[in-house]
Design a binder for this molecule. Structure first.
Ligand SMILES: C[S@@+](CC[C@H](N)C(=O)[O-])C[C@H]1O[C@@H](n2cnc3c(N)ncnc32)[C@H](O)[C@@H]1O
Length: 300
Protein backbone atom coordinates (compact mmCIF):
# COMPACT_ATOMS: atom_id res chain seq x y z
CA UNK A 1 0.00 0.00 0.00
CA UNK A 2 1.23 3.49 -0.77
CA UNK A 3 1.82 5.78 2.23
CA UNK A 4 -1.24 7.85 2.86
CA UNK A 5 0.31 11.17 1.83
CA UNK A 6 1.06 9.64 -1.58
CA UNK A 7 -2.55 8.72 -2.19
CA UNK A 8 -3.89 12.22 -2.12
CA UNK A 9 -6.56 13.19 -4.58
CA UNK A 10 -7.20 16.69 -5.81
CA UNK A 11 -9.80 18.29 -3.58
CA UNK A 12 -9.70 21.18 -1.18
CA UNK A 13 -6.35 22.81 -0.62
CA UNK A 14 -5.46 25.95 1.23
CA UNK A 15 -2.02 27.36 0.60
CA UNK A 16 -0.27 30.26 2.25
CA UNK A 17 2.61 31.97 0.49
CA UNK A 18 6.02 32.06 2.23
CA UNK A 19 5.31 35.70 3.11
CA UNK A 20 1.99 34.72 4.71
CA UNK A 21 3.69 31.94 6.68
CA UNK A 22 6.33 34.33 7.97
CA UNK A 23 3.70 36.93 8.87
CA UNK A 24 1.59 34.38 10.76
CA UNK A 25 4.65 33.01 12.55
CA UNK A 26 5.74 36.48 13.60
CA UNK A 27 2.28 37.32 14.96
CA UNK A 28 1.45 34.05 16.66
CA UNK A 29 4.72 32.26 17.40
CA UNK A 30 3.98 29.51 14.88
CA UNK A 31 0.24 29.15 15.49
CA UNK A 32 -2.21 29.90 12.66
CA UNK A 33 -4.41 32.90 13.47
CA UNK A 34 -7.37 32.00 15.68
CA UNK A 35 -9.86 33.15 13.05
CA UNK A 36 -8.36 30.61 10.62
CA UNK A 37 -8.59 27.66 12.94
CA UNK A 38 -11.99 28.17 14.53
CA UNK A 39 -11.27 27.30 18.17
CA UNK A 40 -13.99 25.59 20.20
CA UNK A 41 -14.80 27.25 23.52
CA UNK A 42 -12.78 25.59 26.32
CA UNK A 43 -11.43 22.91 23.98
CA UNK A 44 -8.31 22.49 21.93
CA UNK A 45 -7.44 25.15 19.35
CA UNK A 46 -8.19 24.38 15.71
CA UNK A 47 -10.64 22.19 13.90
CA UNK A 48 -11.27 18.46 14.56
CA UNK A 49 -8.78 16.28 12.71
CA UNK A 50 -9.17 12.90 14.42
CA UNK A 51 -9.60 9.71 12.42
CA UNK A 52 -12.70 8.53 14.27
CA UNK A 53 -14.71 8.13 11.07
CA UNK A 54 -12.05 5.99 9.39
CA UNK A 55 -11.08 4.11 12.54
CA UNK A 56 -12.32 0.71 11.38
CA UNK A 57 -10.32 0.95 8.14
CA UNK A 58 -7.17 2.18 9.91
CA UNK A 59 -7.36 -0.50 12.61
CA UNK A 60 -7.63 -3.23 9.94
CA UNK A 61 -4.73 -1.69 7.99
CA UNK A 62 -2.39 -1.56 11.00
CA UNK A 63 -3.44 -4.81 12.66
CA UNK A 64 -1.68 -6.14 15.75
CA UNK A 65 1.91 -5.56 14.62
CA UNK A 66 1.63 -2.54 12.32
CA UNK A 67 1.39 -1.90 8.58
CA UNK A 68 4.30 -3.02 6.41
CA UNK A 69 5.96 0.43 6.74
CA UNK A 70 5.46 0.33 10.51
CA UNK A 71 7.07 -3.10 10.78
CA UNK A 72 9.91 -2.64 8.32
CA UNK A 73 10.96 0.96 8.91
CA UNK A 74 9.06 3.09 11.39
CA UNK A 75 8.68 1.02 14.56
CA UNK A 76 12.27 -0.33 14.61
CA UNK A 77 13.53 3.25 14.15
CA UNK A 78 11.27 4.66 16.85
CA UNK A 79 12.30 1.97 19.34
CA UNK A 80 15.98 2.61 18.62
CA UNK A 81 15.59 6.38 19.10
CA UNK A 82 13.48 6.04 22.25
CA UNK A 83 15.83 3.35 23.64
CA UNK A 84 13.20 2.34 26.25
CA UNK A 85 13.96 0.40 29.42
CA UNK A 86 11.77 -1.08 32.17
CA UNK A 87 12.17 2.04 34.32
CA UNK A 88 10.60 4.25 31.64
CA UNK A 89 7.13 5.76 31.65
CA UNK A 90 5.95 6.63 28.13
CA UNK A 91 3.16 8.57 26.49
CA UNK A 92 2.30 7.98 22.83
CA UNK A 93 0.47 11.04 21.48
CA UNK A 94 -2.03 10.32 18.65
CA UNK A 95 -1.47 6.62 19.30
CA UNK A 96 -4.16 5.38 16.89
CA UNK A 97 -5.03 1.77 17.70
CA UNK A 98 -1.98 1.46 19.96
CA UNK A 99 0.58 -0.33 17.79
CA UNK A 100 3.55 1.44 19.43
CA UNK A 101 2.01 1.24 22.91
CA UNK A 102 1.89 -2.56 22.62
CA UNK A 103 5.53 -2.70 21.57
CA UNK A 104 6.64 -0.43 24.42
CA UNK A 105 4.59 -2.43 26.90
CA UNK A 106 6.30 -5.64 25.72
CA UNK A 107 9.63 -3.99 26.67
CA UNK A 108 8.39 -3.48 30.22
CA UNK A 109 7.60 0.23 29.84
CA UNK A 110 4.57 1.74 31.62
CA UNK A 111 2.58 3.22 28.72
CA UNK A 112 -0.24 5.70 28.20
CA UNK A 113 -1.70 6.18 24.73
CA UNK A 114 -3.86 9.16 23.80
CA UNK A 115 -5.79 9.79 20.61
CA UNK A 116 -8.72 12.03 19.75
CA UNK A 117 -10.49 9.24 17.84
CA UNK A 118 -12.80 7.31 20.19
CA UNK A 119 -13.12 4.43 17.70
CA UNK A 120 -9.33 3.96 17.56
CA UNK A 121 -8.98 4.08 21.34
CA UNK A 122 -11.69 1.40 21.53
CA UNK A 123 -9.73 -0.68 19.01
CA UNK A 124 -6.56 -0.13 21.07
CA UNK A 125 -8.28 -1.33 24.24
CA UNK A 126 -9.66 -4.37 22.40
CA UNK A 127 -6.19 -5.28 21.07
CA UNK A 128 -4.17 -4.21 24.09
CA UNK A 129 -3.12 -5.39 27.48
CA UNK A 130 -5.16 -3.94 30.40
CA UNK A 131 -1.91 -2.61 31.85
CA UNK A 132 -1.70 -0.10 28.98
CA UNK A 133 -3.69 3.03 29.80
CA UNK A 134 -5.62 4.57 26.93
CA UNK A 135 -7.35 7.97 26.91
CA UNK A 136 -9.47 9.76 24.34
CA UNK A 137 -7.74 13.14 24.33
CA UNK A 138 -6.74 15.81 21.87
CA UNK A 139 -3.01 16.14 21.22
CA UNK A 140 -3.42 19.93 21.36
CA UNK A 141 -4.91 19.74 24.84
CA UNK A 142 -2.72 17.39 26.89
CA UNK A 143 -3.57 19.01 30.24
CA UNK A 144 -5.65 15.91 31.03
CA UNK A 145 -2.36 14.12 31.79
CA UNK A 146 -0.05 14.79 34.76
CA UNK A 147 2.89 17.19 34.35
CA UNK A 148 6.50 15.97 34.55
CA UNK A 149 5.36 12.36 34.76
CA UNK A 150 6.81 10.75 31.60
CA UNK A 151 10.41 9.90 30.70
CA UNK A 152 9.54 9.17 27.04
CA UNK A 153 7.06 10.65 24.56
CA UNK A 154 6.32 9.88 20.94
CA UNK A 155 4.11 11.05 18.11
CA UNK A 156 4.30 8.75 15.11
CA UNK A 157 2.92 9.51 11.64
CA UNK A 158 0.36 11.89 13.10
CA UNK A 159 1.78 15.42 13.44
CA UNK A 160 0.98 16.11 9.76
CA UNK A 161 -2.65 15.34 10.56
CA UNK A 162 -2.79 17.90 13.39
CA UNK A 163 -2.96 21.69 13.36
CA UNK A 164 -1.76 23.81 15.05
CA UNK A 165 1.38 22.05 16.30
CA UNK A 166 2.60 24.53 18.91
CA UNK A 167 0.14 23.30 21.59
CA UNK A 168 1.16 19.67 20.90
CA UNK A 169 4.83 20.39 21.55
CA UNK A 170 4.06 22.64 24.54
CA UNK A 171 1.90 19.84 25.94
CA UNK A 172 4.62 17.22 25.43
CA UNK A 173 7.20 19.49 27.08
CA UNK A 174 4.90 19.84 30.09
CA UNK A 175 4.41 16.06 30.37
CA UNK A 176 8.10 15.15 30.23
CA UNK A 177 10.51 15.07 33.14
CA UNK A 178 13.82 16.94 32.67
CA UNK A 179 16.04 14.78 30.46
CA UNK A 180 12.96 13.10 28.92
CA UNK A 181 13.06 12.23 25.21
CA UNK A 182 10.43 12.94 22.54
CA UNK A 183 10.50 11.08 19.21
CA UNK A 184 8.54 12.58 16.33
CA UNK A 185 8.13 10.72 13.02
CA UNK A 186 6.48 12.11 9.90
CA UNK A 187 6.46 11.78 6.13
CA UNK A 188 9.56 13.64 4.95
CA UNK A 189 8.29 17.20 4.48
CA UNK A 190 10.94 18.08 1.88
CA UNK A 191 9.92 15.33 -0.52
CA UNK A 192 6.32 14.46 0.36
CA UNK A 193 4.27 17.58 -0.14
CA UNK A 194 0.65 16.61 -0.77
CA UNK A 195 -0.31 17.47 -4.35
CA UNK A 196 2.99 19.29 -4.85
CA UNK A 197 5.54 16.44 -5.15
CA UNK A 198 5.66 13.18 -7.07
CA UNK A 199 7.93 10.74 -8.90
CA UNK A 200 8.88 11.45 -12.51
CA UNK A 201 10.95 9.60 -15.09
CA UNK A 202 13.70 11.25 -17.17
CA UNK A 203 14.04 9.09 -20.30
CA UNK A 204 17.26 10.88 -21.39
CA UNK A 205 19.24 9.92 -18.28
CA UNK A 206 17.03 6.94 -17.39
CA UNK A 207 16.61 8.43 -13.93
CA UNK A 208 13.62 8.32 -11.63
CA UNK A 209 13.51 11.58 -9.73
CA UNK A 210 11.30 13.32 -7.20
CA UNK A 211 9.71 16.48 -8.52
CA UNK A 212 8.91 19.03 -5.80
CA UNK A 213 6.87 21.97 -7.06
CA UNK A 214 6.25 23.76 -3.77
CA UNK A 215 7.82 23.46 -0.33
CA UNK A 216 7.91 26.78 1.55
CA UNK A 217 4.16 26.77 2.06
CA UNK A 218 1.71 25.95 4.81
CA UNK A 219 -1.01 23.85 3.18
CA UNK A 220 -4.06 21.90 4.30
CA UNK A 221 -5.14 19.08 1.98
CA UNK A 222 -8.13 16.74 2.15
CA UNK A 223 -7.19 13.13 1.48
CA UNK A 224 -9.85 10.59 0.58
CA UNK A 225 -9.11 7.22 2.10
CA UNK A 226 -11.54 5.31 -0.18
CA UNK A 227 -11.72 7.48 -3.30
CA UNK A 228 -13.70 4.84 -5.19
CA UNK A 229 -16.12 3.25 -2.75
CA UNK A 230 -16.66 6.05 -0.24
CA UNK A 231 -15.40 9.42 -1.49
CA UNK A 232 -16.96 11.19 1.51
CA UNK A 233 -14.50 9.61 3.97
CA UNK A 234 -11.50 11.89 4.20
CA UNK A 235 -8.76 12.95 6.57
CA UNK A 236 -6.65 16.10 6.61
CA UNK A 237 -2.93 16.45 5.87
CA UNK A 238 -1.01 19.60 6.83
CA UNK A 239 2.22 20.45 5.06
CA UNK A 240 4.79 22.68 6.72
CA UNK A 241 8.47 23.21 5.90
CA UNK A 242 10.99 21.47 8.14
CA UNK A 243 12.00 24.73 9.82
CA UNK A 244 8.46 25.04 11.24
CA UNK A 245 8.86 21.76 13.14
CA UNK A 246 12.35 22.46 14.45
CA UNK A 247 11.45 26.01 15.50
CA UNK A 248 8.17 24.95 17.15
CA UNK A 249 10.01 22.25 19.13
CA UNK A 250 12.60 24.81 20.21
CA UNK A 251 9.93 27.35 21.16
CA UNK A 252 8.35 24.67 23.39
CA UNK A 253 11.72 24.05 25.07
CA UNK A 254 12.40 20.73 23.32
CA UNK A 255 15.89 20.61 21.83
CA UNK A 256 16.55 18.38 18.83
CA UNK A 257 19.50 16.06 19.48
CA UNK A 258 19.03 13.68 16.56
CA UNK A 259 17.52 13.76 13.09
CA UNK A 260 17.23 10.71 10.83
CA UNK A 261 15.90 10.31 7.29
CA UNK A 262 14.50 6.85 6.60
CA UNK A 263 14.16 5.37 3.14
CA UNK A 264 11.65 2.81 1.97
CA UNK A 265 12.54 -0.86 2.33
CA UNK A 266 10.65 -1.76 -0.87
CA UNK A 267 12.11 -3.14 -4.10
CA UNK A 268 10.65 -2.84 -7.59
CA UNK A 269 9.48 -5.89 -9.52
CA UNK A 270 12.03 -6.86 -12.20
CA UNK A 271 11.64 -4.61 -15.26
CA UNK A 272 13.38 -1.98 -17.38
CA UNK A 273 13.11 0.74 -14.70
CA UNK A 274 13.61 -1.43 -11.64
CA UNK A 275 17.24 -0.48 -11.01
CA UNK A 276 16.54 3.25 -11.35
CA UNK A 277 13.45 2.99 -9.14
CA UNK A 278 15.36 1.12 -6.43
CA UNK A 279 18.15 3.69 -6.56
CA UNK A 280 15.64 6.57 -6.24
CA UNK A 281 14.02 4.86 -3.26
CA UNK A 282 17.40 4.56 -1.57
CA UNK A 283 18.34 8.17 -2.39
CA UNK A 284 15.17 10.02 -1.47
CA UNK A 285 13.91 9.46 2.06
CA UNK A 286 10.29 8.65 2.78
CA UNK A 287 10.20 9.44 6.51
CA UNK A 288 11.79 12.03 8.77
CA UNK A 289 12.46 11.27 12.44
CA UNK A 290 13.39 13.88 15.02
CA UNK A 291 14.36 13.24 18.61
CA UNK A 292 14.17 16.16 21.03
CA UNK A 293 15.14 16.34 24.69
CA UNK A 294 13.65 18.42 27.48
CA UNK A 295 16.65 19.97 29.25
CA UNK A 296 17.06 19.26 32.95
CA UNK A 297 16.49 22.24 35.22
CA UNK A 298 19.82 23.86 36.13
CA UNK A 299 21.31 22.56 39.36
CA UNK A 300 19.18 19.37 39.28
C1 LIG B 1 -1.80 8.00 10.65
S1 LIG B 1 -2.61 7.86 12.19
C2 LIG B 1 -1.20 7.35 13.21
C3 LIG B 1 -1.63 6.61 14.42
C4 LIG B 1 -0.50 5.90 15.16
N1 LIG B 1 0.46 6.83 15.70
C5 LIG B 1 0.16 4.90 14.25
O1 LIG B 1 1.37 5.02 14.00
O2 LIG B 1 -0.55 3.98 13.80
C6 LIG B 1 -2.90 9.53 12.71
C7 LIG B 1 -3.58 9.60 14.06
O3 LIG B 1 -3.64 10.96 14.49
C8 LIG B 1 -4.83 11.09 15.24
N2 LIG B 1 -5.18 12.51 15.39
C9 LIG B 1 -5.47 13.41 14.42
N3 LIG B 1 -5.71 14.61 14.98
C10 LIG B 1 -5.56 14.46 16.33
C11 LIG B 1 -5.65 15.33 17.43
N4 LIG B 1 -5.96 16.64 17.26
N5 LIG B 1 -5.43 14.86 18.66
C12 LIG B 1 -5.11 13.54 18.85
N6 LIG B 1 -5.01 12.66 17.84
C13 LIG B 1 -5.22 13.12 16.59
C14 LIG B 1 -5.83 10.30 14.44
O4 LIG B 1 -7.03 10.03 15.15
C15 LIG B 1 -5.01 9.09 14.07
O5 LIG B 1 -5.12 8.09 15.06
Amino acid sequence: MKPIEDRYRKKKRKIMSPADVEAVSARTGGRPPRSATGPRAGGPPGARTDWGEVGEWYDALVGDQGSEYHREVVLPGVMRLLAPGPADVAVDVACGQGVLCRLLHAKGVRVTGVDAAGSLIQAAIARGNPAIEYRVADARHLRVLPAEHFTLASCVLAIQNIDPIAPVFEGVARLLVGGGRFVLVMMHPAFRVPQQAHWEWDPGTRTQFRRVDRYMIAAKTAIRVHPGSNPAQQIWAFHRPLQTYINALGAAGLLVDRMEEWTSHKKSEPGPRAEAEDRARKEIPLFLALRAVKPRAQGV
